[in-house]
Design a protein around this ligand. Structure first.
Ligand SMILES: C[S@@+](CC[C@H](N)C(=O)[O-])C[C@H]1O[C@@H](n2cnc3c(N)ncnc32)[C@H](O)[C@@H]1O
Length: 348
């Protein structure tokens, strides 16, 4: 995120919400239903979604609207966003089924997994404990400008009883460490967590991506999972040939949030291992589209081969990092006051 954007909510977060709202406006079968995405949009985008939903016009109009959107945002961001959203939904559900009881949304934007994924929200219901469902603690971390808008939306749309499991942590990840702010907000380093860092690394720099991954590996319990997206660096530095990259990069540049960082898939296992993480999955959003869209007859939708989803597991914490994490927890404020104590650099 560039300096000029610091005062304003992220525009690319709104683009992703528009893509999710359009997917949710489709008839079944669709990849997911995000009932909150449309509410995150400015009026002009809401009109687009309303047009796609017009029942009298039928599915053909909805598809025409999507094609218009694909021309307005060329290079595949819409199909990539919906395919990766579904893949990450499944990865989060798997991690929770494997025992994680903490979910971190890093650079959360208008991600509504805390309120829409059954595996997360079912545990938030006070009656759930009686039915043997354990609550999932959710931490939504974002830049203060975007998070302030998200919080207002959530307060308007989600009943208080259905959001008590969510803690908002305002932080500029270019200035503060994700692990530090999470521990200060109450994240437990002794219990497995799943972290989703979706659509963010490409807007950061090498030092902050390094610090975030190293910090998470040092703070989270072994076995915790970090799901993140990245752009293939060869698409950014011109050493690879990928269709659509110039168009997509041009759109985010025009939105004031240019692509600034990428990784090379072949180097990813070693890069992660050096930071205490083991790569367990690495797929392009084109691969995700082949898995989820092609069976629905939608394989022709333009998902990008240079935009990728990876999952890594925390291998083990070096003793020094574990001790630091425990100390941070001992010094952390009580849960109720946690977010107030979190450093929110930038315009916090
Ligand atoms: C493309 S949006 C993705 C949002 C969300 N993860 C999703 O997939 O819907 C990028 C997000 O990264 C966040 N972001 C960008 N730079 C950041 C920074 N320096 N610190 C914290 N968050 C940042 C933005 O505020 C925005 O919410």
């Amino acid at each position: 995120m560039v300096e000029g954007m610091r005062e304003k909510p992220s525009r690319t977060a709104q683009h992703v919400a528009l893509f999710r709202a359009l997917e949710s406006a489709r008839g079944q079968p669709r990849l997911f239903t995000d009932p909150y995405a449309a509410a995150s949009l400015p009026p002009s985008h809401r009109l687009v979604v309303a047009a796609a939903r017009l029942p009298a016009a039928g599915p053909r109009l909805a598809r025409r609207v999507e094609r218009l959107i694909d021309r307005r945002w060329p290079g595949g961001p819409r199909a990539s966003a919906v395919a990766r959203t579904r893949l990450i939904d499944d990865l989060v559900t798997d991690a929770l089924a494997a025992g994680a009881r903490q979910l971190v949304l890093l650079g959360a934007g208008y991600d509504s997994r805390a309120y829409r994924l059954l595996a997360v929200r079912a545990g938030a219901d006070p009656a759930a404990a009686g039915r043997g469902r354990e609550a999932v603690d959710v931490y939504e971390v974002d830049h203060p400008a975007t998070q302030a808008r998200k919080r207002r939306l959530v307060e308007r749309r989600v009943p208080a009883a259905a959001r008590g499991h969510v803690r908002f942590v305002a932080a500029d990840l270019l200035r503060v460490g994700a692990a530090d702010v999470l521990l200060a907000a109450g994240l437990r380093p002794d219990a497995p967590a799943v972290v989703v860092w979706e659509g963010v690394t490409n807007y950061l720099d090498a030092a902050s991506v390094d610090a975030t991954l190293t910090g998470l590996a040092g703070a989270l319990a072994p076995g915790s999972r970090v799901v993140f997206t990245y752009v293939d660096r060869r698409a950014l530095d011109g050493t690879g040939t990928f269709s659509g990259v110039d168009e997509w990069a041009g759109t985010v540049r025009a939105a004031g949030e240019p692509f600034t960082f990428g990784l090379v898939p072949d180097e990813l296992p070693g890069y992660l291992a050096a930071r205490g993480l083991a790569l367990t999955l690495d797929r392009s959003t084109r691969d995700a589209a082949d898995r989820y869209l092609t069976p629905l007859g939608r394989g022709g939708e333009p998902a990008a081969p240079f935009y990728r989803v990876a999952q890594a597991e925390v291998v083990s914490r070096p003793a020094a990092a574990a001790a630091t994490a425990e100390t941070a927890v001992a010094a952390a404020p009580t849960r109720e006051r946690a977010t107030e104590a979190v450093p929110s650099a930038g315009q916090g």
